[in-house]
Ligand binder design. Structure first.
Ligand SMILES: NC(=O)C1=CN([C@@H]2O[C@H](COP(=O)(O)OP(=O)(O)OC[C@H]3O[C@@H](n4cnc5c(N)ncnc54)[C@H](O)[C@@H]3O)[C@@H](O)[C@H]2O)C=CC1
Ligand SMILES: O=C([O-])C1=[NH+]CCC1
Length: 288
């Protein structure tokens, strides 16, 4: 662990995070954490919907994400910035995590949050895929070719053996680089990339719908990771209105998910089962 002896807390770098945490074990930790969150009061997690400070002058966002878990007795917060129009060479998402002693509130560690964000997001998606897939998937399609595309290619392969992994990116060169890194195939057209895919991961910074319902296989599991801002979209209304929509937090989804807010799908007006009605099934599957 990288620590500075003159400081009363440790600093843990991204490299150290990567060395200390494996994706397979993180997926199990995420499943445990998601179960606690879904159990509400019984789960003992206090996690308000994050506050997002808009930095409109620079088209940026700062998210403040505090949480306490009584079951793991852990207290901390993540600070994350997301700047969709980032300048070349600067990551679009940057973060730090602070870990506090829950008994006293004393700072124990500052952890680089970039690697945690990359890994945790993909681990949560892997839990969702495991819980929601009805049968063994064959084709994975990743829409986007950035940091999350890479971590999702790793995480989703932990529990599923895909015979084909496809990457689509709006820049063919970036999609090719990503595909080479994660041993996948590039698709130059999005409809071709989506054709017959059993699992679709949407990990772009798009602000308009990219993925159309008519391009999806019936029964596909679509994991919506981008569009985490009320103004952003990745999925069209056809996808949203003809799907069973499952979310980790209704409150957060109703505040932050552009696809849910703008399509009008909500826990109160959805014609389809939503997170409340599938919660039990989801919890049971997370137990697996
Ligand atoms: N739900 C969550 O907990 C998290 C969500 N995210 C979101 O996931 C998405 C991907 O994040 P990263 O991979 O870290 O970002 P990144 O900056 O590494 O990659 C973004 C990708 O989106 C593509 N892109 C940008 N605009 C596009 C457009 N209009 N159409 C198609 N593709 C476009 C870029 O070419 C790039 O391939 C972002 O929306 C991010 O905010 C990221 C971390 C956590
Ligand atoms: O949870 C997270 O780290 C993020 N959500 C949206 C962008 C980054």
């Amino acid at each position: 662990m990288a620590s500075n002896c003159s400081l009363p807390f440790v600093y843990i770098s991204g490299e150290e995070v990567r060395r200390l945490v494996g994706m397979a074990e993180l997926i199990e930790e995420m499943a445990r954490g998601l179960r606690w969150v879904s159990e509400r009061d019984e789960g003992g997690v206090v996690q308000p919907v994050r506050t997002v400070v808009r930095v409109d002058k620079y088209c940026g966002n700062l998210g403040l994400m505090p949480a306490y878990s009584s079951k793991s007795d852990s207290l901390g917060a993540k600070l994350v910035t997301f700047y969709p129009h980032q300048i070349e060479g600067v990551p679009s998402h940057q973060a730090i995590v602070i870990v506090l002693d829950p008994r006293t509130g004393t700072l124990q560690a500052i952890v680089d949050g970039v690697e945690i964000t990359n890994m945790r997001t993909a681990a949560a998606s892997a839990c969702a895929a495991r819980a929601l897939l009805q049968q063994a998937p064959r084709v994975l399609c990743i829409v986007g070719s950035g940091v999350q595309a890479r971590s999702h290619a790793e995480a989703l392969r932990i529990h599923h053996s895909f015979s084909e992994v496809r990457i689509w990116g709006r820049s063919a060169a970036s999609a090719q680089r990503c595909a080479d890194e994660v041993r996948a195939k590039v698709s130059l057209s999005l409809p071709d990339a989506l054709r017959d895919a059993d699992v679709v991961v949407a990990v772009t910074l798009a602000t308009e719908p990219l993925i159309r319902g008519e391009w999806l296989k019936t029964g596909a599991v679509v994991i919506s990771v981008g569009a985490c801002h009320s103004d952003w979209r990745e999925l069209d209304d056809d996808v949203m209105l003809n799907s069973l929509v499952t979310v980790d937090s209704c409150d957060a989804a109703m505040k932050e998910s552009g696809d849910i807010i703008q399509s009008g799908v909500s826990p109160s007006n959805s014609q389809r089962p939503n997170c409340v009605s599938c919660r039990q099934r989801y919890l049971q599957k997370l137990e697996k």
